[in-house]
Design a protein around this ligand. Structure first.
Ligand code: AMP
Ligand code: GLY
Length: 426
């Protein structure tokens, strides 16, 4: 851990690969002294101090932030944002990167997000809200297959089913209505997906380099949805023209709306895009936090001091910052536990994970997620997504070569990864 007494103390909330990427970016910032994480993971333990505090225990996180005299809290996952962690931190006078609970409802409720988009005329698919009174067969006939069905709950990317099988669709609809009271049936959007992460506060917004995730578990985008199996940035599908349309049609109206709320939105708005064959961007979803694994390929491309950037956003001073981005390519390949995403076999030893390789202007390293560092230095798997092999290089080909070289050295019984990350850009 680097100790720089002059710098800020930052507390990162969360314990995934995203939080390890944030921790590395913050530790490398001139403005930052010490980095703490709760609960953190094997990765954040390498660059900072972990604290065993639950991310959704809003009061306990506030106490920890006060105890360590945090100058800034950076909130990774959606659950604490929806639970009001930012509201609480601001109440006790600690700058927090991440929206208040009202802003977080854009992710907390897909129905709320749809209504906001419809009111603002933002391009997105049509939707039907189905409940116990609805005629499911008639509803399915409203949209062409494949059907997109979404539970209106936080489900880590797993509350969504996209299927052309009408029996599977009907079953998921009726089961969701039983557990949740209602469910959304959405128009299927075709095209290519991309993630646009936009830092935002009342003073302005800043679009980070666009990235592309790989949501399905299997090669060639097959199998069930996951939290994300790998990503790369920049994503060439977001051409300058697509980017400008996304800004004009989506980001600008959202910023105008969010800056005029009683409590302004300060954090990152993740715009999940579907770009059709004519280059028209549609919104698939909003998240109110950094993407995972998109963060692992986005943070390394930011050349600004990350601590300053996130603090400025947390304090409503983003418009004073001039962005600087690298023109390199970044890629990350996720290694998942046996059974993921249906179940996860954990508690197994991970071997061969190199912390860093460097060759000329190519850098590769491991981002830890569901992994714990034991006192004897050994590593144990603790979650579905265990780690990611990340590389930064002058182009995507070289970055992929480096990521997969790192990955090939890693041993974890029963684990799996996709060998086609970046295929759409090649
Ligand atoms: P969400 O949690 O809303 O992002 O949905 C998870 C994934 O399901 C997305 O990343 C897409 O791959 C897919 N998906 C969601 N909504 C749609 C849609 N309306 N049309 C096509 N695919 C979708
Ligand atoms: N990688 C998708 C997400 O963070 O929601």
């Amino acid at each position: 851990m680097r100790a720089n007494m002059a710098g800020m103390t930052v507390l990162i909330v969360g314990g995934g690969g995203r939080e390890h990427a944030l921790a590395i970016g913050l530790v490398e910032s001139e403005s930052v002294g010490d980095v703490h994480a709760c609960p953190g993971n094997a990765g954040t333990a390498l660059v900072g101090i972990n604290h065993d505090v639950s991310v959704t225990d809003v009061v306990a996180v506030g106490e920890l932030a006060s105890e360590i005299s945090a100058d800034l809290v950076v909130i990774g996952p959606e659950a604490p944002l929806v639970a009001g962690l930012s509201d609480h931190l601001r109440d006790i006078g600690i700058p927090s990167f991440g929206p208040h609970s009202q802003g977080a409802a854009l992710e907390g409720s897909k129905l709320h997000a749809k209504r906001v988009m419809q009111n603002l005329g933002i391009p997105t698919g049509g939707v039907l809200v189905l409940d116990a009174e609805s005629d499911i067969k008639k509803a399915l006939a409203t949209f062409e297959s494949p059907w997109v069905i979404k539970r209106d709950v936080l489900a880590a990317g797993k509350g969504v089913v996209v299927t052309s099988d009408d029996v599977e669709a009907s079953e998921f609809i009726s089961n969701s209505i039983k557990t949740d009271g209602f469910v959304l049936l959405e128009e299927f959007l075709s095209g290519e997906e991309a993630s646009m992460l936009v830092l935002m506060d009342e003073s302005g917004y800043l679009c980070l380099p666009a990235s592309q995730d790989h949501k399905r578990v299997g090669e060639g985008d097959t199998g069930p949805n996951t939290g994300g199996m790998g990503a790369y940035a920049p994503a060439p599908v977001v051409t300058p023209a697509v980017r400008q349309r996304a800004i004009d049609e989506i980001v600008e109206p959202m910023h105008h709306y969010l800056r005029n709320q009683q409590i302004p939105y300060r954090g990152v708005l993740y715009v999940g895009l579907m770009i059709d064959e004519n280059g028209a961007p549609n919104v698939v979803e909003y998240n109110v936090r950094f993407g995972d694994p998109e963060t692992q390929v986005t943070i390394p491309l930011i050349e600004n001091d990350l601590g300053e950037l996130l603090l400025a956003t947390a304090e409503g001073n983003l418009s004073g910052i001039s962005p600087k981005f690298s023109n390199k390519s970044a890629v990350t390949v996720v290694l998942a536990s046996e059974g993921y995403p249906t179940s996860s076999e954990t508690g197994r030893e991970i071997k061969g994970a190199k912390s860093r390789i460097e060759e000329g202007d190519i850098v590769g390293f491991v981002h830890y997620a569901g992994a714990e560092l034991l006192d004897d230095g050994s590593l144990l798997s603790t979650g579905g997504r265990v780690l990611a092999a990340t590389a930064i290089a002058p182009n995507l080909h070289l970055a992929l070569e480096c990521s997969y070289a790192l990955m090939n050295e890693i041993e974890l019984e029963g684990s799996h990864y996709r060998s086609d990350i970046g295929h759409r850009a090649l």
